[in-house]
Design a protein around this ligand. Structure first.
Ligand SMILES: *Cc1c(COP(=O)(O)O)cnc(C)c1O
Length: 421
């Protein structure tokens, strides 16, 4: 796998992927030719497990042969163990998990729900899907929720949907102390923190409910999919019923006992959003590999950090010691730069094969949008957050990259930023 148009002796071969890094020497301009959206293939063990499901044909999670335990039920049991949660439900998507969690904790139309101004569209979308109204809370230079702004807005809602956007975890001890004192229920959006932790506690386990995504660009890949975990038996039972369990909840291995369902089964609607056995079969081997994959992601992240450290004009994101991250993406700030100068860096990098996403564009593009582009949920202007978003650049770090690739990418970014300072 050669990402470069010419090979060069002074770049080695990655110990991880065998990818050869090099540079195009013509004009002394390095170009990167890897794909920022190319994930690794599905592991062979997962392909084998998927074929077994396809061969027997029982893809629906409640379609089991006598004595058989569905892949989906086994996956839930394994994910509960992975996070240390009592209960786990696998669902159709991360966004579904978020909406399901809101319903399960009792959010009703017209309620206000606090959430991050810096997050991805499915988060305010999940709030809107239950007829509730997002109240946006600002973002800090560390790319986490602004706890001062949260304290100011705490009396506006009983629920916080906290998004660990791009894997940055705020001081969860301080956040939980604040929310507990103000009687705020916390639902965590862990789309980018599966496998991460704060102060030794897995991400998704501080709040009442943790929600995860298994969509292709997240930490394990089933195309689409998600999880919800909780220790609360009533929330868990309502979530199982909501996901569309009919009256087959006894087939779950990571759900409360039937007596808990007896109390809620006539009053909980079926808002169908189950996971199926094919996706569960693909995910089980990937979940087992996640700690090793996390180490690889972090090696790429640290290679990017090393390549950009002390670059004039560029601010790296500080990562607190209590945070154990899984860095599947990389961010940096060009704080207080003129928009045209940021645009020039983005264009210069793009011309050399490095795709940067900029959160300062007035129009939402691709996956990038910001709180003021969600016009169904109007908000007060947040100048301090706008300053961060206007300087925020973001890139994926797929595991098809090597550390040598990251050295090339960071070199290009460093040069393009350097041209403007
Ligand atoms: C991807 C994502 C989601 C939703 O996950 P889907 O599985 O795509 O529905 C939620 N929050 C964040 C921050 C995400 O990046």
């Amino acid at each position: 796998m050669c990402r470069f148009s010419s090979r060069s002796p002074w770049f080695g071969t990655s110990p991880l992927t065998g990818a050869r890094a090099g540079r195009k020497t013509r004009g002394m301009t390095q170009r990167f030719t890897g794909s920022f959206t190319q994930q690794e293939p599905i592991p062979e063990a997962a392909i084998e497990a998927a074929l077994a499901v396809l061969r027997h044909g029982r893809l629906h999670r409640y379609n089991t042969a006598p004595g058989e335990t569905a892949e989906t039920a086994l996956l839930e049991q394994e994910f509960a163990a992975f996070t240390g949660a009592r209960y786990c439900l696998a669902v159709a998507s991360g966004g579904y998990a978020l909406g399901c969690a809101l319903r399960a904790v009792g959010v009703v139309p017209g309620d206000r729900v606090l959430t991050n101004a810096f997050t991805l569209a499915p988060v305010p979308g999940a709030i809107a899907s239950v007829g509730a109204v997002p109240v946006f809370v600002g973002v800090t230079e560390s790319l986490v929720i602004d706890l001062d702004d949260l304290a100011l807005k705490a009396d506006q809602a009983d629920v916080l949907m906290l998004s660990h956007m791009r894997g940055h975890i705020c001081d969860m001890d301080a956040l939980m102390a604040l929310c507990d004192a103000r009687g705020i229920t916390v639902i965590e959006d862990c789309a980018h923190t599966m496998g991460a932790a704060w102060n030794g506690m897995p991400s998704g386990r501080h709040g009442l409910v943790g929600c995860y995504s298994t969509q292709t660009y997240k930490h394990i890949n089933s195309g689409e999919g998600g999880f919800l975990v909780t220790d609360d038996e009533a929330v868990a039972a309502r979530a199982v019923m909501l996901s569309g369990s009919y009256m087959l909840y006894e087939r779950h291995l990571a759900a409360p006992g039937p007596e808990v369902f007896e109390a809620i089964k006539y009053d909980t609607p079926n808002v169908s959003g189950r996971m199926d056995n094919l996706r569960a079969a693909i995910l089980r081997p990937q979940l087992a590999d996640l700690p090793a994959q996390a180490r690889r992601w972090n090696a790429l992240y640290q290679a990017m950090e090393a390549g950009l450290r002390d670059a004039p004009g560029l601010t790296l994101i500080d990562r607190p010691q209590q945070e154990a991250y899984v860095a599947s993406s990389f961010q940096f700030l060009l704080l207080d730069w003129a928009a045209e100068a940021v645009q020039a860096v983005v264009a210069g990098c793009a011309a050399r094969g490095v795709e940067l996403k900029w959160f300062g564009t007035p129009e939402p593009t691709g996956f990038t949008s910001r709180y003021d582009s969600w016009r169904y949920a109007p908000s007060e202007p947040m100048p301090r957050s706008d300053r961060i978003l206007q300087g925020l650049l973001d890139m994926r770090l797929p595991l098809t990259f090597s550390e040598a690739d990251c050295a090339v990418i960071s070199g290009i970014v460093r040069e393009e930023v350097g041209k403007m300072v």
